[in-house]
Design a protein around this ligand. Structure first.
Ligand SMILES: [Zn+2]
Length: 200
């Protein structure tokens, strides 16, 4: 895999740290709603192929492989709440129509089996489709993602593992984590298969 386990990741957002710093600059400046982020690998060759197989080529067989890599990252980094409830980031309606499935939910299903953790795909709702995220800058993405998600069930006292395929700026995870906390979640840990190596 592309990951070099000797290089530390930022505990807040899983960005790879080039220097011996405890956090990346972005996390020091902007505290996230989620407590930490665990990523299996960088969104870079060759491991990013697995993500493209799942998201672009719609090869569902890539999901359990990604789930296994993510489970290994969770085991390696340890200290996740024992009864963590896994919740995938819901797809936009347009993505669901295009793909016929939610890649995050497919990974979450495999992860729940690997880690023997409960899973629900109904706890988070998604209000409306946002403009294509890649066309926007970091601040615009943070604004655009805010308020997109809402809680659909009481999560009082639950520690949540928020599952997604890729984390880019963190704006989607931030908006989803805010909604989970508003629904009563005690904490949110972001679990992503891939992390883009730099904040765009
Ligand atoms: Zn960070």
């Amino acid at each position: 895999m592309a990951s070099d386990p000797s290089t530390a990741r930022c505990p807040g957002c899983a960005l790879r740290l080039g220097l011996a710093a405890p956090h990346c600059a972005a996390c020091l400046g902007t505290p996230w709603a989620f407590a930490r982020t665990i990523a299996a690998f960088d969104y870079a060759p060759p491991a990013d192929t697995l993500i493209r197989q799942l998201k672009t080529q719609l090869r569902l067989s890539a999901a359990p492989v990604l789930a296994r890599l993510l489970a290994q990252a969770v085991w390696r980094q340890g200290a996740t709440p024992p009864d963590m409830l896994l919740i995938p980031v819901p797809s936009s309606r347009a993505s669901l129509r295009r793909r016929g499935m939610n890649p995050a939910a497919e990974i979450a299903r495999g992860l729940a089996a690997q880690l023997a953790l409960p899973l629900t795909c109904r706890a988070l709702g998604r209000r409306r489709d946002t403009a294509r995220q890649t066309a926007l800058g970091r601040q615009a993405r943070l604004r655009g993602a805010a308020g997109v998600f809402y809680g659909r069930q009481d999560l009082s006292g639950r520690h949540v593992g928020l599952v997604d395929d890729v984390m880019t700026t963190g704006s989607t995870a931030q908006a989803a984590a805010r909604a989970l906390l508003a629904a009563g979640a005690a904490s949110v840990t972001v679990l992503v298969a891939a992390r883009t190596p730099q904040v765009l």
